[in-house]
Design a protein around this ligand. Sequence first.
Ligand code: NAP
Length: 282
Amino acid sequence: MNVFIIGIGLIGGSMALDIQEKYPKAKIYGIDTKEAHLDEALKLGVIHQKSSFKELDKAEIVIVSIPVDAQIEVLPKVLNIVNDDTLVMDVGSTKELICKTLEKHPKRRNFLATHPIAGTEFSGPSAAIKGLFKDKTNIICEVEKTAFQLQEKALGIFATLGMRIRYMDAHSHDKHIAYVSHLSHISSFMLGKTVIEKEQNERDIFDMAGSGFESTVRLAKSSPAMWTPIFEQNKENVIETLEKYINNLEEFKSLMQQDKFSEIFQKMKSTNHIKQILNGIK
Ligand code: NAP
């Protein structure tokens, strides 16, 4: 099985590692704009061989794992080159523009739109880890537009990697993911920014930061090159979530100013319910 990974970073690299482990006969080819990433991926054993677009005609599976703005440019070109029975998948964090871009492509049936809900704050081939997708959800959009045999092939791989599948239309995906993923990243980035601006001496932050701060600000280490196009493509949904979040922050501040601490207690108490919600989906 010839598997081509375009964008050999955290997600593409982690897919490559799991596919190698579960399918020992698979040959993993890497394509990336950054030559240094390809060299590193080869050295780390994430890929077997460096490759280029010219060789895509020998691919059985192509996984495109690059920032979502680049996906819009690259996916149509990949589909133009591949054979009629090649499966092409993206793993982008937004789905609506990607699906719309490929809507009328003559090889639309070769394409499957996916979003594995798995990741870390790190990027590049050195961030790739084995088992990243185990017990995680993979959201698949517009599955009916993909050829049945290719759907089956993709589902077989996801099951082998230990993933659960959720089907969704691309519009709903972008709306829901704005709340549970995109807003969390903005909140973490802005918390980090607020603290850095206040505490000019970074040593003080480091000394006083407890595990609460560290876990809340973890996502602020994420790559701006990956996140800026996500916010751009999902602008309207993200702005809606930000408005709701800012309203909650304003309300919290107002209750503080009015010394309404019993109401603050009640708001936090009812939000503790998040514990049951999160336990329920594990
Ligand atoms: P990453 O670690 O930065 O890896 C992306 C790789 O693609 C980098 O090596 C990058 O090189 C390269 N690249 C950029 N543009 C390219 C192009 N036009 N052609 C070929 N290679 C290109 O990013 P990632 O976190 O794996 O994210 C990849 C995709 O997965 C994104 O669509 C993202 O939305 C999605 N995703 C991410 C997460 C997460 O938690 N990180 C979770 C689920 C899905 P440079 O570094 O030089 O740009």
